[in-house]
Design a protein around this ligand. Structure first.
Ligand SMILES: [Zn+2]
Ligand SMILES: [Zn+2]
Length: 269
């Protein structure tokens, strides 16, 4: 089964342009230098002519704008990588999409590790509390993120990575993987990343950061993982699209908002 992976956002937590900044990248006229907060969308059809299925990884503060740009009319499930603001703060904008999904078959499942689920429950108390009475709350339901989750015939495999001190979730879907906010990759996770056509991995900037890999480190991992194509995401305003791509090795490129990649969604084993 084939699907399409689309970058809803390729920017770091502050987005690019960064508020108040007048650097060359923030002032750039190249649309690929405008980066919304990090998120991807996966869509596929279980059979030709069947309903299109849509899964989002993370709903950051730009989710509404991203959904509009990509003409989203439904979301079948959301997977969360971790609880930081740039990955969860758009959850409430699932509301209008969730009403139709709910009428059809129930709430939109939100797959999240316990720490992320707790943050969502705290922030969106009026949605998740058993006492919630707010009538227009999102029709969503938190579900524990398992090692493997099947959504309408497609398997999402959890790939643990480190984000500073925190273990967070990356995902492998068929021959593609999405790893954001990575500062280290456990050895056991490398074994989940063999035989990829597309690897998406975060690369913040050149200068070291305690919670994020540098561009140089991401390139080293990309070479080790050996996907046919590697796409860098969660990019800060330190990296201009064109000039950075010029210095990257073959097969490794910066992603940009709106980039879509055909992906084979069959599970390898
Ligand atoms: Zn982030
Ligand atoms: Zn983070």
């Amino acid at each position: 089964m084939d699907g399409l992976l689309t970058f809803l956002g390729s920017g770091t937590s502050m987005g690019v342009p960064t508020l108040g900044c007048t650097c060359a990248v923030c002032a750039s006229a190249d649309p690929r230098d405008r980066r919304l907060r990090p998120s991807v969308l996966l869509r596929w059809r279980e059979q030709a002519g069947g309903r299109e299925r849509v899964v989002v990884i993370d709903t950051g503060p730009d989710f509404r704008e991203q959904a509009l740009r990509n003409r989203l009319t439904r979301v079948d499930a959301v997977f969360y990588t971790h609880s930081h603001a740039d990955h969860i703060l758009g959850m409430d904008d699932l509301r209008p999409l969730s009403f139709a999904v709910f009428r059809e078959g129930g709430p939109i499942p939100l797959y999240a590790a316990p720490e992320t689920a707790e943050a969502l429950e705290r922030i969106y108390e009026y949605t998740f509390s058993p006492q919630a009475t707010y009538p227009n709350r999102a029709r969503v339901q938190l579900r524990a993120l398992a090692e493997r989750t099947i959504v309408h015939g497609v398997e999402f495999l959890r790939v643990p990575v480190l984000h500073g001190e925190m273990e967070i979730a990356g995902f492998r879907i068929g021959r593609a993987a999405y790893l954001t906010d990575v500062s280290a990759i456990p050895e056991s996770s490398f074994t989940l990343l063999t035989g990829l056509d597309h690897l998406v991995i975060s690369a913040l900037r050149h200068k070291p950061h305690p919670n994020h890999a540098t561009l140089e480190q991401a390139v080293i991992w990309a070479r080790r993982i050996g996907a046919r194509h590697t796409w860098l995401t969660h990019i800060s305003h330190d990296l201009g699209h064109e000039e950075t791509n010029r210095m990257l090795p073959d097969g490794i490129r910066l992603a940009y908002d709106g980039l879509s990649l055909p992906v084979n969604l069959e599970t390898a084993n």
